[in-house]
Write a protein that binds this ligand. Structure first.
Ligand code: MF3
Ligand code: CO
Ligand code: CO
Length: 265
């Protein structure tokens, strides 16, 4: 499938959908606390999205039953909200995708519940830096492989691993479009980025091995094979002549927890 290049008007529409997703993610950050269920997170995301005039993209996407993905500790991605209660020391990735004006915006962050362990801080901080380093590689003419190489190099230099089975993706009028954006690989490989390309970068970083398993019962929940912690951050971006614009940039600092500094990026 060919890569869909967005016109300035289309990028403007994507900016609106992406901002909506970013705002809902900020709202979740303010509300998260120990004792809350992931079902409550789903309710917050669902209601806030509808209130803003958007639609939660995960709901009924390929049979996904909820409006947001909530992935705790060793869950890598695609965790399904439900009765599970957040407890002190957990880490949780909240992945929000909003449809607005015919376009999708997709963003996630990993939050700390209460006081994180040193291990939790390590994997979350490395995942966040991996996203930043990946975004720095983006500009017209650079290669998609440059993004993966930068991310893999940093994660592995710090004793962590990068998930192979799930990748970033083109995004626009559809949730997942070409190209695939791998979070590992070799510099100079892959397709050239072009102004007006819109895609996500969403590295999943594990404290232990990179291999993952999918829950055979729910067919969605992805977990590290060795039970090690996993963290992820995601932005939707557009390639520009000189670099990139983060379409899901937060309008205000994101509260990762009451005990850890807020972050903008
Ligand atoms: N938001 C995820 C991504 O970043 C996709 C979730 S698919 C769902 O691509 F069905 F689980 F919502
Ligand atoms: Co995505
Ligand atoms: Co996402």
């Amino acid at each position: 499938m060919a890569i869909d290049i967005k016109s300035p008007k289309e990028v403007e529409a994507m900016r609106a959908a992406s901002l909506m997703a970013a705002e809902t993610l900020c709202l979740v950050g303010e509300k998260l606390r120990a004792g809350m269920s992931t079902e409550e997170i789903n309710t917050i995301v669902h209601q806030d999205t509808l209130k803003k005039g958007g639609r939660p993209a995960p709901l009924n996407y390929r049979g996904f039953p909820k409006s947001v993905c909530t992935s705790i500790n060793a869950v890598v991605c695609h965790g399904i909200p439900g009765p599970q209660i957040l407890k002190d020391g957990d880490i949780i990735n909240v992945d929000i995708t909003t449809i607005y004006g015919g376009f999708f915006g997709d963003t996630s962050a990993t939050f700390y519940i209460g006081t994180p362990s040193a291990q939790a801080r390590k994997v979350v901080e490395i995942a966040r830096t991996c996203l930043e380093l990946g975004i720095k590689e983006v500009r017209d003419g650079a290669r998609l492989g440059d993004i993966g190489a930068a991310i893999q190099q940093y994660a592995e230099a710090n004793g962590c691993s990068v998930v192979r089975d799930f990748v970033g993706h083109g995004i626009g009028r559809r949730f997942h479009e070409d190209p695939q954006v791998k979070h590992y690989g070799r510099r100079g490989s892959g397709e050239r980025m072009k102004t007006g390309m819109t895609f996500t970068i969403e590295p999943m970083v594990n404290l232990g091995r990179f291999e993952v398993v999918i829950d055979p019962d729910d067919k969605w929940t992805v977990t590290t094979v060795d039970g090690s912690l996993s963290a992820q951050f995601e932005h939707t971006i557009v390639v520009t002549k000189t670099g990139s614009e983060i379409l899901t940039k937060r309008p205000k600092p994101l509260r990762l927890s009451e005990n850890v500094a807020t972050v903008f990026a």
